[in-house]
Ligand binder design. Structure first.
Ligand SMILES: Cc1cc2nc3c(=O)[nH]c(=O)nc-3n(C[C@H](O)[C@H](O)[C@H](O)COP(=O)(O)OP(=O)(O)OC[C@H]3O[C@@H](n4cnc5c(N)ncnc54)[C@H](O)[C@@H]3O)c2cc1C
Length: 280
């Protein structure tokens, strides 16, 4: 049986980032049920660093992580963020929602500002005339290289002697004399005084195995399609301001991402492309 100071269940962004930090001064084992890491939510992200996103706690965490992401340690081999200002768009009749959002968000993110429909179209001419009632610009939003962030944590954790096991689904957990014993689906056992449940959407399933009350998390598939859109038009509309657009809506919409098309057509040199349609 392998023994560690800490066992982490789940090899998504939460598990590997914690594994990296904790393995600085203790032995850490990370158990991932899939054959590859980042197979689930981490691999589906729309890759946007948004200080306005979530409630006040999430906003505070995002704001605090900017320093790390902008100046990562050397196990991160490339830049993790690149500027991609984001435009939230309220269609006619939904402007009040955006005013409320701006009032909430500006407490922690003072540089978000409301922009009128004309300025919004100036920032992103792909908006149909008359569509937007109001918009909100988040000028310091960034695009995240999610793969680079995740791999930097994995590399750093391994360099610190942290151990990562894939194809290892935790199927049982017991606690005795201050030690947890986790058993995987093949019957192999792992032991540690501390277990971190970083199983994402399966956190309740893992909690139940350990006799911990579930909090109501269910694994549901939610996918955003990032498409190279408007191939014929996109090069015409590449803006130096590189504004991404998010639509204020109660329903899901696929995201449309013109970035790759822009790069293929040489638009990168002009500063990148606008992006359309992230659901809120
Ligand atoms: C469509 C979409 C778009 C998103 N866009 C953004 C965005 O633009 N910006 C942003 O910041 N965030 C975004 N997010 C959110 C972000 O992706 C997640 O918050 C983050 O990836 C969660 O990481 P995690 O490690 O908690 O979960 P996961 O990545 O799901 O990792 C959990 C891991 O636990 C493993 N596991 C589960 N059960 C067991 C078990 N019994 N034994 C062993 N392993 C187990 C799973 O296989 C999985 O690998 C988005 C999410 C989605 C779905």
């Amino acid at each position: 049986m392998k023994s560690y100071d800490v066992l982490i269940v789940g090899g998504g962004m939460a598990g590997v980032s914690l594994g990296f930090e904790l393995s600085a001064d203790r032995s850490v084992g990370l158990l991932e049920m899939e054959a590859t890491l980042a197979f689930h939510t981490t691999g589906r992200s729309a890759a946007t660093f948004l200080e306005s996103y979530g409630g006040p706690q999430i906003r505070a965490l995002t704001i605090s992580s900017r320093v790390f992401l902008e100046n990562p340690p050397e196990t991160f081999e490339s830049a993790l963020l690149r500027p991609l200002p984001l435009l939230f768009v309220a269609p006619e009749g939904r402007g009040d929602l955006l005013r409320q959002l701006q009032a909430d968000v500006s407490l922690l993110v003072p540089d978000v500002r409301l922009v009128d429909a004309d300025e919004a179209r100036g920032l992103n001419p792909l908006l149909a005339p008359g569509y937007a009632e109001l918009a909100m610009l988040e000028p310091r939003a960034m695009e995240i290289d999610v793969h680079a962030v995740h791999q930097g944590f994995v590399r750093g954790m391994r360099r610190r002697q942290g151990e990562i096991r894939t194809s290892t689904k935790v199927a049982g957990a017991s606690y005795c004399d201050g030690l947890w014993t986790l058993t995987d689906a093949q019957g192999e056992r792992f032991q540690a005084p501390v277990v971190v449940n970083a199983a994402g959407a399966w956190a309740d399933e893992v909690a139940r195995l350990a006799g911990v009350s579930p909090v109501g998390i269910m694994p549901l598939r939610r996918t955003i399609f990032m498409l190279a859109a408007l191939l014929g038009l996109i090069a015409e509309y590449c803006l130096p301001s590189m504004t991404r657009v998010a639509r204020i809506s109660g329903t899901e919409h696929p995201a449309v991402n013109g970035g790759d098309a822009c790069r293929q057509r040489g638009g990168e040199g002009r500063g990148g492309c606008p992006r359309i349609g992230q659901s809120l």
